[in-house]
Design a protein around this ligand. Structure first.
Ligand code: KIV
Length: 258
């Protein structure tokens, strides 16, 4: 586990870090061939369960999906999001992080926030729980519309301060979500640990996207999502062909029957 983390940190300034989400074994198996980090994100709440916010995701949701993901991973670092209200104090955070690791065999957890939760993250790290940070837009804290971060001088200074604080207490990487390019550039160049951007420019050390979004499986018009494939098209082709062959009795032939 520590070797995987060291390897990820050593990529800084050498080679970009590839991170994608997965909520199940079959996706994880394919993503694992290309990724450095596979994140079981609490985005699964909106992507799979149609929740209006990730705040509704439970620890059980995360654990069940993570167990499935674990079966598909051979080499990537598996990180699991700690969902909303599972790290309100040190004791709760440690007990839930341990539960996630024990039940899913993941190698790290991710928590959203900086200064406000710094003591909690420090407590996890001092108890040997590897933590990935998350700054910028924090979906678990947002009730209304998402607004990008790091646009004003004040926000820029605050984000930089929080990133440095996270680094100082030992997080191994920080996700920067929807952070203005010049701010991500400053943060990235000020840290020894990698930044993983989502909508936060090319200056980050790595990039993460929600796999369902970038493969075109989940309809979204979020600005930073580029559609790298059209899985829906492939599903439609396959299902249409299945139906056609059943109706025409082309399937199942003897070969497919007992
Ligand atoms: O929940 C999630 O999938 C995430 C990533 C998009 C960074 O936190």
């Amino acid at each position: 586990m520590l070797n995987k983390i060291k390897k990820i940190i050593s990529k800084k300034n050498k080679s970009k870090i590839i991170c994608l989400t997965s909520y199940s074994k079959n996706f994880a198996e394919e993503i694992d061939k290309y990724a450095d980090i596979i994140l079981v994100g609490d985005s699964l709440g909106s992507v799979l369960y149609n929740y209006s916010t990730t705040r509704k995701v439970t620890l059980d949701n995360m654990i069940e999906h993570s167990k499935s993901v674990r079966m598909g991973i051979k080499k990537s670092l598996m990180t699991v999001d700690m969902p909303h209200q599972t790290y309100r104090n040190k004791k709760e955070a440690l007990s839930n992080a341990k539960k996630i690791i024990r039940e899913t065999s993941c190698e790290a957890v991710k928590l959203e926030g900086g200064t406000k939760i710094i003591k909690i993250i420090k407590h996890l790290i001092s108890n040997k729980i590897p933590v990935m940070g998350h700054l910028g837009v924090l979906p678990q804290s947002i009730k209304g519309k998402f607004k990008s971060k790091g646009k004003t001088e004040k926000e820029k200074i605050q984000l930089l301060k929080e990133a440095k604080l996270l680094e100082a207490i030992g997080v191994f990487a920080i996700v920067l979500e929807c952070v203005k390019a010049s701010t991500s550039k400053l943060i990235t160049s000020s840290l020894k640990i990698p930044t993983i951007g989502i909508g936060s420019s090319v200056y980050c050390d790595g990039q993460v996207l929600v796999t369902d979004d970038m493969l075109g499986l989940n309809n979204t018009n979020i600005r930073f999502v580029k559609k790298f494939a059209d899985i829906k098209k492939v599903i439609n082709q396959g299902v249409k062909k299945f139906k056609k062959e059943i109706l025409s009795k082309k399937y199942p032939t003897k070969k497919y029957s007992y």
